[in-house]
Write a protein that binds this ligand. Structure first.
Ligand code: ADP
Length: 314
């Protein structure tokens, strides 16, 4: 491998910059050239490709977001788009590509591999919704950000003796909700993987708690269930207890990456380059059973994990 390309795709996540930095510096230490592809697959098709050196990634390990920007790209879902993407790689001499993103970005990487470009995927998403790994870049920062916000909301909720529904991100997965629910000592945690839409159970729970003298009732609701505002209105009407909804939103996606996200993303970035240097392709890196591992991309995409039965690394 002479030249490694690196791109970030799908939703941004804190720690992506640490991964980019590790890819660039590991590749340079092995005598390879590095090109940064901006705006994911969209930038690949538009040739938004920049040379990177050691200094290009100075002062970024502590920054949230991604210095390469990220985008979604419909054209890349088509056969023509994928063939053109591979052509662009060849035109710029990129013979190995590191794709940092989620499942969708992995599928794109798989297509490039089919077109002869060696690819390795790194799990970059705050949602932890990639089955082959118990850790994704950005999750740790996002849950810590959400946890701190929920602690603050709880103060007001207790002072006013209210019920609070706090909606956290996660797309269709409940990992952020589950972890915050535990970390914040929530009374109820609503997970898309398990929710039965029975609000009466929640209402009964609130009434019972109030009878037992609890001053607040914190419900963590996952984005995949949503409708927190209308849920709050129905709960207030049924219980007579003032109920407010707070939707945390994008504040969970930004900010300085945690120590864990910086370190794990750095290790994964280095591992991606090592795999490419060994001539491997169509692989994805994960964290499983207490170690960094890599899997065949299509095997990884076919895996499933169950939020309630799984033991995940803490
Ligand atoms: P994530 O990577 O976080 O799951 P998306 O699902 O939005 O985010 O995927 C990011 C990008 O990856 C898409 O905009 C598209 O360009 C590309 N992509 C997604 N699915 C496919 C697919 N099946 N084939 C090729 N490219 C895909």
């Amino acid at each position: 491998i002479n030249t490694i390309g690196v791109l970030t795709s799908g939703g941004d996540a804190p720690g992506m910059n640490a991964a980019i930095r590790a890819v660039v510096r590991t590749a340079i230490s092995k005598g390879m050239n590095v090109k940064g592809i901006q705006r994911g697959y969209a930038g690949l098709l538009n040739e938004e490709i920049v040379d990177m050196n050691s200094r290009s990634v100075s002062e970024i390990i502590q920054r949230g977001g991604t210095i390469l920007y990220t985008a979604r790209c419909e054209e890349f879902r088509t056969e023509e788009g994928q063939a053109r993407g591979a052509e662009m790689c060849r035109k710029h001499g990129i013979d190995g590509l590191v794709v940092i993103g989620g499942d969708g970005s992995y599928r794109g990487a798989g297509k490039l591999a089919e077109h002869g470009i060696n690819t390795v995927g790194l799990p970059g998403t705050i949602d932890l919704d990639i089955a082959c790994t118990d850790y994704t870049i950005g999750f740790d920062t996002a849950v810590n950000t959400a946890m701190e916000a929920i602690d603050k909301i709880r103060d007001t909720s207790t002072s006013h003796e209210r019920c609070s529904i706090i909606e956290v991100m996660g797309r269709n997965a409940g990992y952020i909700a589950l972890w915050c629910g535990i970390a914040n000592g929530a009374e109820d945690i609503l997970l898309p993987e398990r929710y039965d839409c029975n609000e009466q159970t929640i209402i009964n729970h609130i009434i019972e708690h109030r009878k037992n003298g609890k001053k607040h009732h914190i419900i963590i609701n996952a984005e995949g269930i949503g409708h927190s505002t209308s849920m709050a209105k129905r709960i207030e009407a049924a219980t007579g207890i003032e109920t407010r909804a707070s939707i945390l939103g994008y504040m969970q996606r930004g900010g300085m990456p945690s120590c864990k996200d910086r370190v794990y993303a750095s290790i994964m970035g280095a591992k991606a380059v090592e795999l490419l240097a060994e001539g491997k392709s169509n692989r994805v890196v994960g964290w499983r059973g207490g170690e960094f591992v890599d899997y065949d991309l299509y095997e990884a995409l076919a895996m499933q994990k169950d939020i309630c039965e799984e033991e995940y690394a803490i």
